[in-house]
Design a protein around this ligand. Sequence first.
Ligand code: PA5
Length: 444
Amino acid sequence: MIQLDTSNARSFVSEDWLSSRLDALESARQKLETGSGAGGDFTGWVHLPRDYDKEEFARIQAAAERIRKDSQALVVIGIGGSYLGARAVVELVNSPNFNLTHKDGPAVYFAGNGLSTDGMREVMDLIQDKDWSINVISKSGTTTEPAVAFRIFKNLLEEKYGKEEARKRIYATTDAKKGALKGLADAEGYEEFVVPDAIGGRYSVLTAVGLLPIACAGVDIVALMEGAREEMEALAVPGEANPAWQLAAARHALYTAGKKVEILVGYEPSFRFFGEWWKQLFGESEGKDGKGLFPASVEFTADLHSMGQYIQQGERIMLETVVRFQNSNSDPIVIPHDPDNVDGLNFLAGKELSFVAEQAMRGTLLAHVDGGVPNLMVTAPGRCAKSVGALIYFFEYVCGLTGYLMEINPFNQPGVEAYKNNMYALLGKPGYEDKKAELEARLG
Ligand code: PA5
């Protein structure tokens, strides 16, 4: 389903960019399939589109139906992998303006993905006169940002509905056995959904982590999983023709040839948060042991009038991975004829806007390649749930493969702990007293 064109990257790498990596790719494939590589305990996502828990899936659908009936707003509390995937899919399949354009079901607000007072206050104001529910999502159940947000929104919900009714409006997605959120959910009797042990946050969008909020936003999660399953089957076939093998090999070859930044390019405003999800997926997976392509994202053609200058003529350290959708979601827009033609645009009269966009994309591609930026073109059928499910699985699989080509563990994120420990110490968390004194002395 997902196609790849590497022809505009080949002049930047040696002729054997793919053939010389086939053995390493086969070894990476086996590690992913069997969970025998570094971080192999976290490869539960590889067969998830086929092996997912069908009983839980039905409960997710039922809970989403209930929320769609009894709530005008859903507050989704989570950060990182417990947030980005759901927002990416809601915006890509629907729209970044989903809360203004949706016709039925709840508006979906995301909270607990930062510590901004203004950001949280805005969500609190937006929901106060509505009927609303909470989906709190945290695998560890102890992450500060969502835990603080949950305490605040739970309090608000209990003030509005009383403890009993509030309980029925809280849905907790967390570990099956451990963590503070698990303990709270058990004690309070919230409906619970599970983040499987074998799936890390950034690979969890196709578990309850993503599926419940996505279903609440009216996206067809059956089609989403079906797209991912078909892609899983297609990518399980080893060999040179496999587009995930090609993309992993091309990224690795370009990285080895000195390209250190990968820019994900989209041409749709609705793609922006998919870029945020993709950045987390690749950044947390590859950026370790002093290695990894730095993942960035841009929205064209808007960013051609800002970042375009740097991409064309700045440091020659970049490659572009463009995601193109074959079909748009809405009716064509035709550019009208103007008898006065003062703007000189009559040469476009009668043409569809999508034709203009296509030529802009083709022209940009060649300009950037001429400027020393290799181009990898990923094509997805459209922005429907099935196609987006396939795109998610495609990038997850590429990420796993490249991680093993780069000889790192693509499934851990030890670097994230450094800021957390400093924050805990500065906040006065018990057990961090010495660290607090040391940091405060440094900060003055
Ligand atoms: O990918 C990851 O593992 C992280 O981004 C986590 O998802 C993020 O830190 C949130 O963790 P948790 O779900 O435990 O609150």
